[in-house]
Design a protein around this ligand. Structure first.
Ligand SMILES: *[C@@H]1O[C@H](CO)[C@@H](O)[C@H](O)[C@H]1NC(C)=O
Length: 523
């Protein structure tokens, strides 16, 4: 399908077929009553990595399954085909994840975010025919869903439209503040900073303020705003558009981290992309099933879709340690590996097939770089984790893995054969890791509705309620002076100060009176 057929496709009466089969932590969206009418939904992911797109596709397919029509604009080539999901690849590769090397740019796309790059991306984006056409027809959609990270460039689409945002990497304190829920830095704290002493809380407060200032006034927003103001002179400021969001879907769950106070407009859908495992390909299945009692360890590095050009030194460390294990190992890796031990099988497959391997009961542990979604998948399928973090974000996730008892972590640069072997043996032989993983998994599943059901319900709710203004927190319209009640506090201080002055004067007056009359008496 090309762009010309897109508008006809949107106009055609929608058929509620069950083309896409989707499933969350539980099952397919079947608990909800059928939708009142099929809707048109536009999903915008101008800058995203493969795993973000994967989460979006699960969500889009669930909506498609209900008969809605979805158009997705993304910077990834389409992964799966579904009649009701139209994936439009915009083709600009300024921030393409698969062109980054995990070791050279550990923070992935974030390493590339520079003022100039964002500005040129914004300019080129609005010169694309697909984008121009889509922008023109945006009001034909009933709802827009926007990826929460680095989507400022598409904010003009959101003007006078109901929209929701989706954070695929868990809660973001800035995003939460935009909805009127300022998370308190005394407990909304990064896992690396735990436990909470005074110094850590100071660091946390500083980090919160710095990140806010950095995005709003230093890099992302000013860079995009300048270009957008030139292209759309009448548009309200980007931050005002952002504040008009109806709802936020957040890929987190209180059972996966620390519970936080949330607004009714912040809906947790952690594990939305998890699904039951499907049968594996013949040779992989035979390899895993043939492992017997000892089981299998699954190794996948760089599941965010970055090529991972490991130096031969690290490859040697890995192969030598893996060769000494009693378990079989299945390693998802692109390149060929020489001198492979007999107990290791190397295969390359698509990220969505990863869950089929993880779901297999013979798989005993999951070794990864500590990406957010890999850890979520490990929990969904009750597997202990060995995280080998490279980037700072991965190090944070790895700290969560350690703190929660889900597994162990080893910073990538410290990796040695001995440490790796010891960590893997510890995870497989100590039953406490498997127990914790199973408990976490059962806590995540212990929900009234599946995350996919929740996401679909709230998406349709916002459409039915025409932007759901009743969900909006009154805090959204406050300035930070009003929010922190600085004006009220200032008034209180003034009253206190005045009362103090009056009391002091009064006391002086009385003491003079008393002293004066005593003086008279003595005279
Ligand atoms: C804010 O959102 C509502 C619907 O959610 C929409 O009707 C309104 O036009 C939006 N305002 C702006 C300025 O975009």
């Amino acid at each position: 399908m090309n762009l010309r057929t897109l508008s006809c496709w949107l106009a055609v009466g929608v058929c509620a077929t069950s083309m896409g089969v989707a499933g969350g932590v539980g099952a397919v969206v079947e608990d909800l009553p059928p939708p009142e009418k099929p809707c048109r939904i536009l999903m915008l992911l101008p800058i995203s990595c493969r795993s973000d797109a994967e989460v979006f596709v699960s969500y889009a397919e669930a909506l498609a399954y209900r008969g809605h029509r979805i158009v997705m604009l993304l910077n990834q080539k389409p992964q799966r085909k579904n009649f009701n999901v139209f994936q439009l690849y915009h083709g600009l590769d300024h921030f393409r994840h698969d062109q980054l090397d995990a070791l050279e740019s550990p923070d992935g796309v974030l390493d590339l975010v520079s003022h100039d790059k964002l500005a040129s991306f914004t300019r080129e984006f609005y010169q694309l025919d697909e984008v121009k056409a889509l922008y023109k027809m945006r009001k034909k959609f009933d709802l827009i869903v926007v990826h929460q990270m680095l989507s400022e460039v598409v904010y003009p689409f959101l003007h006078e439209m109901p929209f929701i945002s989706f954070s695929t990497a868990g809660i973001d304190s800035q995003q939460s503040a935009t909805l009127g829920n300022v998370l308190n830095p005394s407990f909304e704290i990064e896992p690396l900073l735990r436990p909470l002493d005074a110094l850590k809380r100071f660091q946390s407060t500083f980090a919160h303020c710095f990140r806010l200032w950095y995005r709003k006034y230093w890099t992302v927003v000013p860079a995009v705003q300048k270009e957008i103001s030139a292209l759309f002179p009448k548009l309200p400021p980007l931050l005002d558009l952002e504040r008009n969001q109806s709802l936020a879907l957040v890929n987190s769950h209180f059972s996966l981290g620390s519970p936080l106070p949330l607004l009714p407009s912040q809906v947790e859908v952690g594990g939305i992309h998890c699904r039951p495992g499907q049968p594996l390909a013949g040779d992989v299945d035979a390899w895993i099933s043939g492992a017997g009692e000892a089981g299998v360890i699954y190794l996948s590095l760089g599941s965010v879709g970055q090529p991972f050009s490991m130096s031969s030194q690290y490859r040697q460390v890995l192969t030598q340690a893996l060769g000494k294990l009693d378990q079989r190992v299945i390693w998802r890796y692109k390149d060929e590996v020489h001198d492979l031990p007999d107990n290791v099988l190397v295969r390359e497959w698509l990220p969505q097939q990863q869950q089929d391997v993880l779901a297999h009961p013979h798989v005993k542990a999951f070794v990864n770089l500590g990406d957010f979604l890999s850890i979520q998948e490990a929990v969904c399928h009750s597997k202990p984790v060995l995280a080998l973090p490279i980037s700072s974000q991965q190090a944070k996730n790895a700290a969560t893995v350690r703190n929660s008892g889900l597994g162990l972590s080893l910073p990538w640069e410290d990796l040695t054969e001995d440490l790796l072997l010891r960590a893997l043996r510890e995870i497989v032989e100590n039953p406490k890791f498997q127990e914790t993983a199973s408990e976490a998994s059962s806590a995540l599943r212990d929900q009234l509705h599946t995350p996919l059901d929740l996401a679909v319900f709230w998406t349709e709710y916002v459409i039915r309620q025409e932007g759901a203004p009743r969900l909006r927190s009154p805090a959204v319209s406050l300035s930070w002076v009003e929010f922190l009640m600085l004006d009220v506090l200032a008034a209180l201080h003034l009253v206190l100060l005045l009362s103090f002055v009056i009391l002091w004067r009064l006391a002086r007056f009385i003491s003079r009176l008393v002293c004066g009359s005593e003086k008279l008496k003595t005279e």
